[in-house]
Design a protein around this ligand. Structure first.
Ligand code: ZN
Length: 294
C-alpha cells in the first residue's frame, strides 16, 4: 500500500502532502502492462490524483484527473476517493520513445504538449466542479501546479516522479504538493522556495528509502512542521456487476433490444481493472425492460 503523510507549518500558513506510491504504480504496471514511459506518465497522474483526492472533505467525494492531448499514449484518466485510494487507465498502454534530452523517460513526448488537463471534483452536489486548463508542459507536475495557480488561485509546488527498472518493474514512485495559505508571509514563501530548490528528485529520495515524513520535514524545514495526518492509500477499482448494468441501461431500450437480438453474449470490460462482465441475450433483454425508450 502507499504511504501518504501531511504536515503543516507551526503558524498554519503552509502545508506539505507527500506520497510514497510505489505499490500503487506497480499495480498500474501489472494491470495495464504499460511500457516504461507510460508507467511513468500514468503513474505521475495517479500519484497526483491520490494527493489531490485526499484533500477532499466529504467521505463520498471523488476526484478525476483527465488529460486529453496529442501524444501517442492517448487519453489518461486517474480517479481518487477522499482517502486517496486510486484507479487509472490510459488509451494506449504501450508507447516506445527514445529518452529525452535529459536522459529521462520522455513523459511529455508520450502525453503530448498540446491538449488539456481536466480536474473534476464530485462532492455530492447536483453538478460536479469541472476545471479545464491547457497543458503547459505535458510533464504533469507543472500542469498540476499550473491548475492550482490558474483555477484555484493557490500557490502550489508539485513534484511527481516514477523510476522504472530495466525489467519494467517500478523501482520507486511518488510525489508531493506544497501549498501556501492566503495569509502566508514573504518570509515563509522565501523559506519554501529555498527548501524546494534544494530538493533532489522525489523518486530518487524515495528510492534511497527516505520516508514521506522526512520529505515533508525537508519541504517545511525552518517552519516548525507538525504532523497533520497520514494514510495508506491503495490501487482499488470499485466496479461491480450492478454498476455495469446501470451503464448498459443508460444506452437505451432500442439499442439493448438490438444487442439482445444478435443472440450472442455481451462482454463488458472494466477499463480500470480489466475485469470482464458477461451478459447473456436474456439478461440484456431484461435490462432493456428497465431502460428508457429513447
Ligand atoms: Zn474495475
Amino acid at each position: 500500500m502507499g504511504k501518504l503523510y501531511r504536515a503543516i507549518s507551526a503558524d498554519g500558513s503552509a502545508f506539505a502532502a507527500v506520497l510514497d506510491g510505489r505499490d500503487i504504480v506497480s499495480e498500474i504496471e501489472k494491470l495495464h502492462k504499460t511500457s516504461a514511459v507510460v508507467t511513468a506518465a500514468l503513474g505521475r497522474l495517479t500519484v497526483a490524483a491520490s494527493l489531490m483526492g485526499y484533500m477532499l472533505k466529504g467521505e463520498d467525494d471523488c476526484l478525476t484527473l483527465r488529460i486529453d492531448a496529442d501524444g501517442p499514449a492517448g487519453q489518461l484518466v486517474a480517479v481518487s476517493d477522499s482517502r486517496g485510494n486510486v484507479k487509472s487507465c490510459v488509451s494506449n498502454p504501450v508507447v516506445e520513445l527514445p529518452l529525452n534530452d535529459k536522459g529521462k523517460l520522455d513523459v511529455a513526448g508520450a502525453v503530448g504538449r498540446d491538449g488539456t488537463l481536466a480536474v473534476v471534483k464530485d462532492m455530492g452536489l447536483r453538478d460536479p466542479y469541472v476545471g479545464v486548463i491547457p497543458l503547459v508542459s505535458g510533464e504533469i507536475a507543472e500542469d498540476i501546479a499550473n491548475y492550482y495557480a490558474v483555477s484555484e488561485q493557490i500557490p502550489t509546488v508539485c513534484a511527481l516522479g516514477v523510476l522504472v527498472d530495466t525489467d519494467l518493474s517500478v523501482k520507486s514512485a511518488g510525489g508531493f504538493l506544497v501549498q501556501l495559505l492566503p495569509f502566508a508571509d514573504e518570509k515563509c514563501v522565501d523559506i519554501i522556495e529555498k527548501n524546494v530548490a534544494a530538493m533532489r528528485p522525489v523518486s530518487a529520495l524515495l528510492d534511497e528509502g527516505v520516508t514521506p515524513e522526512e520529505i515533508a520535514g525537508m519541504l517545511l524545514a525552518g517552519l516548525e512542521p507538525n504532523e497533520l495526518d497520514s494514510a495508506s492509500p491503495v490501487y482499488r477499482c470499485d466496479c461491480s456487476r450492478e454498476r455495469t448494468e446501470k451503464v448498459l441501461i443508460s444506452i437505451g431500450q432500442k439499442e439493448l433490444r438490438s444487442i439482445a437480438a444478435e443472440g450472442k453474449d455481451t462482454e463488458v470490460k472494466c477499463h480500470f481493472c480489466g475485469k470482464n462482465y458477461i451478459f447473456t441475450p436474456d439478461e440484456i433483454s431484461r435490462l432493456a425492460e428497465g431502460a428508457s425508450e429513447e
